[in-house]
Design a protein around this ligand. Structure first.
Ligand code: FAQ
Length: 311
């Protein structure tokens, strides 16, 4: 790659300029963006499934309407992200094919089952909470279309987080059985939520280069620590207990210390061995196949419109 172009690119990134689709960029920068952005898009799409599972069983009309809107938002986030990724020269068909054939990753978190209504609260509170922690800094990621997609996504994500916490508040202040259900959901979702931030910094092969290119603005461990610091007081405020015997406030550091994460479990889930990984991919492939007629009809309609305008 030409040294002058590379130097100019690096200077722009260092000056916090956004890189735009038609600008010159190193191939490895393009590749790493496609990797991260398509994983992110796939996470939104697969992330619709655990909650979609509860739409018909939400406990009231209000809860149902809110959950339906949230799941629709996630479909929208995936669309912004696929579109932003297409500006890097990768088609949506290629990305979706990579997901359905098992070559592409998506977040580990969506391979865990949603067993009770409280899981919907825990997902909004913890999973969207973790997602926002990671995504707020991505509003200043160096690739313009990705950064701009993040602005709107973050607004919606903060509504998602609050709806989840509000479900947890209601359950935690409810009957003893409801409170137990909320605690059980926290127990099951806490550790997988910490894993969403990715491997520890000393074992994160992509971090150093992504930080230099300002694709990532914070490291995995920095964001994980921020999430713990913000979330522990939220659990305490509603009388729930974070399932970590080693959790304690460290006044000297000004942070919570927390227990060891089971990285074996994380890597197993990354490899596709998560508890409901197979069901998730089957559901995605079925949705894709069942939707073929919609894609065909939309394409035929667009062609007719084009022909009419040309005439
Ligand atoms: N799951 O070197 P690093 C949402 C992979 S939020 C699966 O540290 P990097 C909203 C990683 O890809 C969730 N794989 O990698 C929602 C890499 O593999 P590769 C989505 C993981 O990229 C809420 C390898 O491990 N958010 O969907 C995970 O620098 C509620 C080594 O790792 C985003 O994607 C994991 N948890 O840092 C929807 C945010 N962690 O590609 C519905 C954007 C790591 O080399 C309901 N992404 N791996 O084969 C990022 O910020 C980064 O990609 C990280 C990983 C931080 C996830």
């Amino acid at each position: 790659e030409p040294a002058e172009l590379l130097a100019a690119f690096e200077a722009r990134v260092a000056a916090d300029d956004f890189i735009e689709p038609k600008d010159w960029m190193p191939e490895a920068y393009r590749r790493t963006l496609v990797r991260q952005m398509s994983q992110h898009a796939h996470s939104e799409v697969v992330g619709m499934l655990p909650e979609g599972n509860w739409i018909t069983r939400a406990p009231s009309l209000r809860r149902k309407a809110v959950l339906l809107a949230k799941v629709q938002d996630e479909g929208g986030h995936a669309l912004y992200l696929y579109s932003a990724t297409e500006t890097l020269g990768t088609s949506r068909e290629e990305m979706i094919d990579a997901l359905h054939s098992g070559r592409a990753k998506y977040s580990t978190i969506f391979n865990y089952p949603t067993l009770t209504w409280a899981d919907i609260g825990a997902i909004g509170w913890l999973v969207d909470g973790a997602a926002i922690m990671n995504q707020v800094p991505l509003q200043r990621t160096s690739y313009g279309p990705y950064a701009r997609a993040m602005v709107r996504i973050c607004k919606e994500e903060s509504f998602h987080q609050r709806q989840g916490y509000e479900i947890m508040m209601a359950l935690a202040a409810g009957t003893p059985d409801q409170k137990r259900m909320a605690q059980d959901a926290l127990n099951r979702w806490w550790w997988p939520s910490l894993m969403m931030f990715g491997p520890p910094d000393d074992n994160s092969p992509n971090s150093a280069q992504s930080m230099r290119w300002r694709i990532k603005r914070d490291t995995n461990d920095q964001l994980r620590q921020k999430f713990v610091d913000v979330t522990v007081p939220q659990a305490e405020a509603i009388g729930l207990t974070v399932p970590d015997a080693d959790l304690k406030w460290d006044a000297a550091r000004g942070h919570y210390d927390f227990g060891a994460i089971d990285w074996e479990e994380f890597y197993a889930v990354v490899r596709g061995e998560g508890p409901v990984a197979r069901e998730r991919m089957q559901a995605r492939r079925k949705a894709w196949d069942d939707g073929a007629w919609v894609r065909e009809a939309a394409t035929a309609h667009a062609e007719k419109q084009r022909a009419r305008h040309a005439a």
